[in-house]
Write a protein that binds this ligand. Structure first.
Ligand SMILES: O=c1ccn([C@H]2C[C@H](O)[C@@H](COP(=O)(O)OP(=O)(O)OP(=O)(O)O)O2)c(=O)[nH]1
Ligand SMILES: [Mg+2]
Length: 149
């Protein structure tokens, strides 16, 4: 378990901090800190505040904002940026780009759980320029080069 600093920017979150719903959950649900219901028309998107900021601090971690499966599949509420990437040095409010990719309007209620946050390990890479790579089984073979079945 990793300790992460969190700032509560919306007092309504004080007793509704993100928690893992079950011991095996990978994601923490993020809430829509809205003052009033927000209706997203078909194919509309809007930035929704989550009322909280986290500071991962260690460049060996990042966080991903992902859609909630139920909202995405049943109502078409996914993310305008498909996946949100939270840098380890970001200290601002976590924002969710809520996109209604369906053909029907959908209303997000204040404090509704609209997306989820997953903390992941990250490896920063240093690039070393070379003229040749050592041979590998795939080589430069691209899409489909391993055959169909
Ligand atoms: O769904 C998201 C995606 C990003 N962020 C915040 C955290 C992230 O660290 C910062 C910048 O995101 P990103 O690097 O993906 O956006 P950019 O367009 O490259 O902006 P920048 O020039 O600030 O890096 O915005 C969010 O709050 N929600
Ligand atoms: Mg960036």
């Amino acid at each position: 378990m990793l300790d992460i600093d969190i700032k509560i920017l919306d007092p309504r979150l004080t007793d509704q901090l993100p928690t893992y719903a079950t011991p095996g959950s990978a994601g923490l649900d993020l809430r829509a800190c809205l003052d009033a219901p927000l209706t997203l028309q078909a194919n509309a998107w809007q930035l929704v505040p989550t009322g909280m900021a986290i500071y991962l601090k260690d460049p060996g971690y990042a966080a991903l904002i992902l859609p909630r499966s139920g909202l995405g599949h049943k109502h078409g509420i996914v993310l305008g940026n498909l996946v949100g990437l939270i840098d380890s040095d970001y200290q601002g409010q976590l924002m969710v780009s809520a996109w209604n990719r369906s053909s029907t309007a959908f209303t997000i209620e204040p404090m509704e759980r609209i997306a989820q946050l997953v903390v992941v390990p990250v490896m920063q890479a240093r690039f070393k320029v070379v003229n040749e790579f050592p041979a590998s089984e795939r080589g430069e073979g691209g899409y489909g080069s391993t055959g169909k079945a």
